[in-house]
Design a protein around this ligand. Structure first.
Ligand SMILES: Cc1ncc(COP(=O)(O)O)c(C=O)c1O
Length: 493
């Protein structure tokens, strides 16, 4: 992992493969324009700052900008900068106005250079195709009536207090309930003072990145890995060091070799995203020993850990961390419902207090009334019951997918569903181009991203990432038949 790989990091937003880097950069700028992130007339960051931010060579950036200029997508004015052409992105502009309406004049974006870079690197702005395989939890089983009852009770009994409640660390009874849940289910040794309530794992990641990393600090990231974490570290100016993943999870030895003095490690040990493997006990120990000796921080993203279908769940890394080097992130947005916007970060009390102060720069905790309802939900033991229902639901769908893929796709796909989580990896024949299959599937209404989308630098064989939790068994079977039509017929070359 050296200069070359740093330059390749931007590939997480782009198609990977054999495409030259300058062309991929050009593609990403073009995508930002056609998706409307960069409006016609918007100023682009300078070539120098683009090269610095994206860890690319100046020559690569120049090559990309020259090609876009030749295409007419951007205009470069000596002395004043580079702009998106005012005729660019016509295909996404609103339809022509009726004769009695005034045509809107395209306005340059109000975003700063930094704002524009964040807009390009942040969450996808295109609406996601919500097909049967979308990476989303089931929506069938959430006990909305019970939730409504608890909400009503909280508001009736504590409405005026909740309206004024202002604990910047998070509503105390919720922190107490989360701590009890984590002590019982994930082996964490924690209490309410270790917990910071946040709105999402993403908020926890961005907060940790900004609070603990200086620009240029090295961070190990799983490769392939979670784009949300990549975006958070990149926004903080960190130097991302991609570390390969194998069937035992993150290859700790490779990390120690590549960046022995890294400041932070981001890891999804229960269910590696996107490969789905569980980090072995030996590697957990090796990671903690190295972190303790080197003074690195371990940012543990424990999403999906409750959905384990076979074998015993492994305790979180945080549970074995006696040196207090772990920042543990968990979320209710996947187990309860995505728009809940409640997650948590668990770490040393003194760091929690500092993080509260850092967070106050850009926001605060989620609404107290929602936190109170969740506290009541946990307090009544309803989370455990819901997770059991969810697990049974997901397991049924996982089995359906495994069965349908083996019947319909046979040797064309080797489907591997890890023991935990809500998605599987469908390995394709070596000859297949996963991006092309994914595009054909998108045209047929299926959302199956290619594994290469999550690759930083270490190439993977072609594969699709297939969510199985959000659709009914019948919809899954129908979607597998559709997917079959997006792959070459059996025996065809
Ligand atoms: C690796 C990973 N972490 C965390 C999350 C959950 O994120 P949030 O709480 O930000 O919704 C997801 C969601 O898919 C994920 O894939």
């Amino acid at each position: 992992v050296g200069k070359r790989s740093k330059g390749a990091l931007i590939s997480i937003f782009l198609d990977t493969g054999n495409t030259p880097l300058w062309r991929r950069l050009g593609d990403s700028i073009r995508a930002a324009v056609t998706q409307g992130v960069l409006a016609p007339g918007a100023r682009l960051p300078s070539a120098r700052s683009l090269a610095a931010d994206l860890h690319l060579s100046r020559a690569t950036v120049e090559a990309a900008l020259s090609a876009l200029e030749e295409e007419g997508l951007i205009v470069r004015r000596i002395g004043s900068g580079t702009f998106v052409s005012t005729s660019a992105g016509r295909d996404v502009m609103p339809a022509a106005p009726a004769p009695n309406q005034r045509a809107p004049t395209p306005r340059p974006t109000a975003l700063s250079e930094r704002g524009q870079r964040l807009a390009v690197s942040g969450a996808p702005v295109l609406p996601v195709t919500r097909g049967a395989f979308t990476l989303a939890p089931p929506s069938d089983d959430f006990p909305h009536t019970t939730w409504a009852r608890l909400t009503a009770r909280c508001l009736r009994d504590h409405g005026s207090t909740l309206a004024q409640e202002d604990d910047a660390q998070g509503y105390l009874p919720l922190r107490q309930a989360i701590a009890l849940h984590l002590r019982t289910n994930r082996g964490l040794k924690c209490s309410a003072e270790n917990i910071l309530v946040v709105s999402s794992t993403q908020e926890a990641l961005i907060l940790c990145a900004h609070a603990f990393l200086s620009p240029g600090d090295e961070v190990w990231m799983e490769d392939p890995g979670y784009p949300g974490a990549f975006a958070a570290f990149r926004a903080a100016g960190a130097q991302i060091i991609p570390i390969p993943v194998d069937s035992e999870g993150l290859r700790i030895e490779d990390g120690v070799r590549a960046a022995p003095r890294a400041r932070m490690v981001y890891i999804t040990p229960s269910c590696q995203f996107p490969c789905g493997v569980t980090l072995t006990a030996e590697r957990r120990l090796a990671l903690l020993q190295w972190a303790e000796a080197s003074g690195a921080l371990v940012l543990e993203d424990d999403y999906d850990s409750e959905l384990r279908y076979s074998g015993l769940p492994m305790a979180a890394i945080h549970a074995h961390d006696f040196g207090g080097r772990t920042l543990y992130a968990g979320t209710f947005n996947k187990t309860l419902f995505p728009s809940l916007r409640i997650a948590y970060l668990v770490t040393r009390p003194e760091w929690v207090r500092e993080l509260v102060a850092v967070r106050s720069n850009f926001g605060g905790p989620p609404a107290s009334s929602v936190q109170a309802t969740l506290a009541a939900f946990l307090g009544e033991g309803l989370l455990g019951a819901h997770v059991r229902t969810l697990r049974a639901r997901c397991e049924e769908r996982r089995e359906t997918l495994l069965d349908a893929v083996s019947r319909e796709l046979g040797p064309r796909m080797d489907l591997r569903a890890g023991a935990t989580g809500q998605h599987a990896i469908g390995w394709l024949s070596e000859r297949e181009d996963d991006r092309a299959v994914s595009l054909r599937a998108a045209a047929a209404g299926l959302d199956v991203p290619p594994l290469s989308r999550y690759v930083l630098v270490h190439p993977q064989p072609p594969a699709l990432v297939i969510g199985y939790a959000s659709a009914s068994p019948a919809a899954i079977r129908a979607a597998v038949r559709t997917l079959s039509r997006c792959l070459p017929a059996p025996g065809a070359e």
